[in-house]
Each structure stands twice: as structure tokens, then as C-alpha cells.
Design a protein. Structure first.
Length: 202
């Protein structure tokens, strides 16, 4: 069973989660952020939810940072068409993986990574504002990094992250980024109490 860890003080007193009369006239708008989209555990769990959701209460979009071209889907296993069958719009930001780009010297490579993250965050924030998103649902490590940053930039009322540990962040230069990312979320979804305790202590 998934566990939830809710940050007690990160909702700014909870006032931002109050539903106004105008909000009650439309579904709650949720945006999920994936770094990439292929057949995997989190993608299938989201698909299961989408299959059983009430579309009159929840309106959902899925944003994907890395390009989901037909060639990439053929190599990794595609799932976007199954989302489309549930009436869910997929927004493909179309970024190329860094390993697919021309190699650069280390200082320039670092600048490229930083500028790419900044661009993705701005694009996501614009999407969240234009779609009047209520809840941002970030998935895994890099999805949480860009999704939570963009959500805060856009003034989103609630940010949920799904993660299963800190292993991705335990490397040089990434720990602080990870801690900042998870400091921005409101609720963490995980697969065990042990992992939640580990993340909270981290």
C-alpha cells in the first residue's frame, strides 16, 4: 500500500486549498509531470487511476519532458496511446536526452544542463498557468525537480510527488538540488513507511 507523508506547514495555512464557488463549477485540474514516458510501474499506476477516475470531477493532462517520438516509443515501449484512449492530453516538451546531444567540455556541459532545466521549468510554469492547473503531480526524481519548481513558479495550490528513495540524489552536486526539490512539495507518495522515513530525515 502506498503511504503518504504530508508536510504540516507547507500549505501556507491551508488557505490555498479552499475551493471557491467558481472552482466548484469545473473539475479539479491535475497535471502530471514525467521526465520520460514508457511502459513502467509509475506509468501503469497512473493509467490505472485514469481508467477509473470520474472525468466530471477530475480533468487530467500529462506533460513529458523528453521527446516521445515514434522511434523512441518503439525502442522503449509506448503507453501514450493508452492514455489517449482515456481522453488524456499528452503534452510533449520534446527535449533530447543529454546523452544524445553533442558532447561539450565539462564547464559548458554544466551550463547547458542548467539552461535546459531553466527553460523546461519556464515552459511547464506557462502550461500550468494557461491551463489553470490546481494540482501538480510530479513523478520520480527529475520529474519532481522540474515539476515542483515550475509549480511554485506558477503559484500552484498543491504539489504531490511520487518517489521511492534518495538514491538518485546521492551523487556529487545533486544532493542539494534534491533536498530543495522535495522541500517544495506538499505531499509525498511512496511505497513503504521505511522509505518515507528515510526521505523525511534526508
Amino acid at each position: 500500500m502506498w503511504k503518504l507523508f504530508e508536510r504540516k506547514h507547507s500549505m501556507r495555512g491551508g488557505e490555498n486549498l479552499k475551493v471557491t464557488k467558481a472552482d466548484k463549477n469545473r473539475p479539479l485540474r491535475v497535471a502530471t509531470v514525467f521526465t520520460s514516458l514508457s511502459i513502467g510501474g509509475d506509468e501503469n499506476r497512473l493509467l490505472h487511476y485514469l481508467t477509473h477516475r470520474d472525468p466530471e470531477k477530475f480533468e487530467h493532462i500529462v506533460t513529458v519532458v523528453l521527446d516521445i517520438s515514434d522511434e523512441i516509443e518503439a525502442a522503449s515501449g509506448g503507453i501514450r496511446y493508452r492514455y489517449a484512449e482515456q481522453g488524456v492530453e499528452i503534452i510533449n516538451l520534446g527535449e533530447l536526452p543529454f546523452r544524445s546531444r553533442r558532447p561539450l567540455p565539462k564547464p559548458l556541459a554544466g551550463l547547458r544542463i542548467g539552461s535546459t532545466f531553466a527553460l523546461v521549468i519556464r515552459r511547464l510554469a506557462r502550461i500550468f498557468r494557461e491551463r489553470e492547473i490546481d494540482v501538480v503531480d510530479t513523478r520520480l526524481s527529475l520529474g519532481t525537480l522540474v515539476g515542483a519548481s515550475a509549480a511554485r513558479l506558477a503559484g500552484i495550490r498543491a504539489i504531490v510527488a511520487t518517489n521511492y528513495g534518495k538514491d538518485h540524489w546521492d551523487r556529487f552536486g545533486w544532493k542539494l538540488l534534491g533536498q530543495c526539490s522535495f522541500a517544495m512539495i506538499d505531499t509525498l507518495v511512496c511505497d513503504s513507511q521505511a522509505r518515507l522515513s528515510e526521505m523525511e530525515a534526508w
